[in-house]
Design a protein around this ligand. Sequence first.
Ligand SMILES: NC(=O)c1ccc[n+]([C@@H]2O[C@H](COP(=O)([O-])OP(=O)(O)OC[C@H]3O[C@@H](n4cnc5c(N)ncnc54)[C@H](O)[C@@H]3O)[C@@H](O)[C@H]2O)c1
Length: 355
Amino acid sequence: MNPEPGSILVTGGAGFVGSNLCLALREAMPEADIVAMDNFYRRGSELNEPRLLAAGVNVHRGDVRHADTFPRGRFDFVVECSAEPSVMAGQDGNPDYLYHTNLTGAYHCLEAARRWNAAMVFLSTSRVYPIARLESHPWTEEETRFAWQDDGVHGISSRGVTEQVDLTGARSLYGFTKLAAEQLIGEYRETYGLRAVINRCGVIAGPWQFGKIDQGVIALWVMAHHFRDALQYIGYGGTGKQVRDVLHVADACDLIIRQIRDFPAWDGWVGNVSGGLRNSLSLRELTRICQEVTGNTVPIAEVPERRPSDLRIFIGDSERVLSRTDWRPGKDPLQIVTDLHGWVRECEHSLAAHR
Ligand SMILES: NC(=O)c1ccc[n+]([C@@H]2O[C@H](COP(=O)([O-])OP(=O)(O)OC[C@H]3O[C@@H](n4cnc5c(N)ncnc54)[C@H](O)[C@@H]3O)[C@@H](O)[C@H]2O)c1
């Protein structure tokens, strides 16, 4: 093991993953200076500020789009968790915020890391994989979900998408900004010797996620069941059989902390970090778990038409990451929903104001 880092900057540190990570880092590395930088763009992120401060995490108001708003001083690590994380961003005709936060922001993080001689952990996404390739893979319809078939081609199987999949094709503007940032990181590694790891995450879920229709579906579903709001199954015939895998945010944080602690062993890593087939579920299956956990049933309308960038199935095959570490996703979908619901109940009043 390496000496513990003295200082870690988490950009997007008041967001869902960022805030959970800052608190997990605080606990794992009590001596380290942990700074959460955020511009509080995401509705709900402001609710994280008091709990970060109470835990001894410094909060710095800054915007990754503007290099001069980064904190002064130097850091040993930059964990880039800031983003406009919606796959629908830019579909309204204005990609400006998405582009500059996700791509210019990544560039500013890289420049800061270079200046500080810091190592970088970048949160990328399964959305780097081209939509047409995923959508055209053969699938079957089962009673409660769609499932990919094993046809042995394209790097996709019933276990999910591997890093071998051909990256040619469109992937949404969001996916593009993330893949472009990944490639920029690759160039910084080559040109400047920057140390970096890239985690391509699928759906991450857990407490302190302010779910919206276009991002954070598990939290959205749990909150709707708790507050008895109506929902919709959108696309693919409106049956709710579309599938995602899900990783508990605590499991994601656990892996990132292991990477920081053992960075030389991880330096250069680019790959899937996903809940995998075992942690996959369809919307219908999610509904059943939400009913079981909350005791509530809500009306769910069926909207047959799919939206642009929708995916029938996404499961990330994390075989590569699993083969290099004894890290394993510890929490299954039932535990994830139970944890989320526990948080919703605890913070019912402040959350009611944010819906
Ligand atoms: N949550 C998931 O399911 C998931 C899956 C795959 C990848 N990711 C990636 O993980 C990272 C964290 O996602 P999240 O779910 O925590 O999202 P989030 O929206 O909860 O957090 C992002 C944070 O970044 C902040 N932010 C936005 N624009 C900013 C800017 N210009 N400057 C500074 N801060 C800014 C927001 O206010 C928010 O607090 C993102 O890079 C996202 O793309 C998330």
